[in-house]
Design a protein around this ligand. Structure first.
Ligand code: NAD
Ligand code: TDX
Length: 349
């Protein structure tokens, strides 16, 4: 495989995947296809934008004709599909854009791949990147495995579940070579500060309230984004066609405990007294349909493909907090909206 289309490569996880592939595989050409919504930021890829094996394509996965032409224009033989609307709170306010991008956009890409590959599937792969939220919610114990029945609750997870089903249907019906992974919550650099960890780091720095939904008792399983990118690399190259792989960190945290770790880390790095910023914690109305607990069993990925998370959480969170403190210009650009000009300046459009 030589020409790899990565969708959503200007976003949080996508930018880490693009960087990893561009740097690790000089023989591949990486096409980063992204429409640059509020979540897409080409500044995330400043360090690799001049590499000879990298091309950015501004396009919308919902544009059927465009998707068809991109496969033939660039002779695409592998897809890693990350483009999506990704924030649960936004899906509660506007479910339609989630159905459009996540479901219809994915279907467009599947159809374009099927048409262009025309039944000759040797050395072809459509890799769909999904979430553990499709499995719904857990009680106090147990884990999501690859055999857990789908039970999505938010419009976001319903749209991702639907896209997963479409991907499997193209394997079952047309033999399109697909693989799917379902990952837990990611954290790390370049994450849009609407998600819990970057939002809270930024608010602590600016002495703004930290809005904790409900009692802060919900549990999430956190994985360092570079470990997710490594898992995608392993699954892309070694995963079995038609299979699903769960990706997680075996790293569960109650929100309120995680928030205290973030506060402690930021306060330490800013030279504030330990726990000084705990006074910013503000309990607010719970998220509607808030899933209680996510926990991923990723032993299939470990046993069959040899992937394991590489970073301990304490180390990962310290690295992450340091990145946001040291990259204040990135945070300021994103919060002010200035980053949207980066594309214009780069490409003159
Ligand atoms: P993100 O919101 O940071 O990035 C999404 C990217 O997709 C953006 O660059 C955006 O411009 C692009 N995009 C959106 N609509 C598009 C369209 N119509 N056409 C082309 N590009 C479009 O998201 P993320 O957190 O990096 O998540 C990436 C993928 O991983 C998503 O599919 C998400 O469901 C999945 N995922 C995320 C997490 C997480 O913790 N963030 C965990 C598991 C799975
Ligand atoms: O202000 C907040 N206050 C708060 O208490 C925010 C933004 C979140 N929360 C809570 C809600 C969740 O229990 O923190 C937890 C994490 O919230 P998010 O960062 O919004 O992530 P989550 O809803 O768990 O979904 C994330 O992980 C799975 C990603 O956004 C998804 O794209 C991914 O699929």
């Amino acid at each position: 495989m030589k020409n790899i289309l990565i969708t959503g490569g200007a976003g949080f996880i996508g930018s880490h995947v693009v960087r990893l592939f561009v740097n690790s595989y000089p023989d591949y050409h990486i096409y980063n296809l992204d429409v640059l919504t509020y979540a897409g930021n080409l500044e995330n890829l400043k360090d690799i934008e001049d590499k000879p094996n990298y091309t950015f394509i501004k396009a919308d996965i919902c544009d059927h004709e465009k998707m068809e032409s991109i496969f033939s224009d660039y002779n695409i033989d592998g897809v890693i599909h990350l483009a999506a609307e990704s924030h649960v709170d936004r899906s509660i306010k506007d479910p339609f854009s989630f159905a459009k991008t996540n479901v219809l956009g994915t279907l467009n890409l599947l159809q374009a791949a099927k048409t262009y590959w025309g039944g000759d599937f040797e050395n072809k792969l459509f890799y769909h990147v999904s979430t553990d939220e499709v499995y719904g919610t857990l009680g106090e114990s147990g884990f999501f495995t690859e055999n857990t029945a789908y039970d999505p609750h938010s419009p976001y997870s319903a749209s991702k579940a639907s896209s997963d089903h479409f991907v499997r249907s193209f394997y079952d019906t047309y033999n399109l070579p697909v693989v799917i992974s379902n990952c837990s919550n990611n954290y790390g650099s370049h994450q849009f500060p609407e998600k819990l960890i970057p939002l809270f780091i930024n608010n602590i720095c600016n002495n703004k309230p930290l809005p904790v939904y409900g009692k802060g008792e919900n549990v999430r399983d956190w994985l360092f984004v570079n470990d997710h990118a490594r898992a995608i690399d392993v699954i892309f190259h070694k995963g079995k066609i038609g299979e699903t792989y769960n990706i997680g960190g075996f790293n569960e945290w109650k929100n309120i405990d995680l928030i205290k770790v973030i506060i402690k880390t930021v306060d330490k790095l800013l030279g504030r007294p330990e726990g000084a910023s705990e006074e910013l914690i503000t309990f607010v109305t719970d998220r509607a349909g808030h899933d209680y607990r996510y926990a991923i069993d990723s032993s299939k990925l470990k046993n069959e493909l040899g992937w394991e998370p590489s970073l301990q959480f304490e180390e990962g969170i310290e690295k992450t907090v340091k990145w946001y403190l040291e990259n204040k210009a990135w945070v300021d650009n994103v919060t002010s909206g200035n980053y949207l000009k980066y594309y214009q300046d780069m490409y003159g459009e």
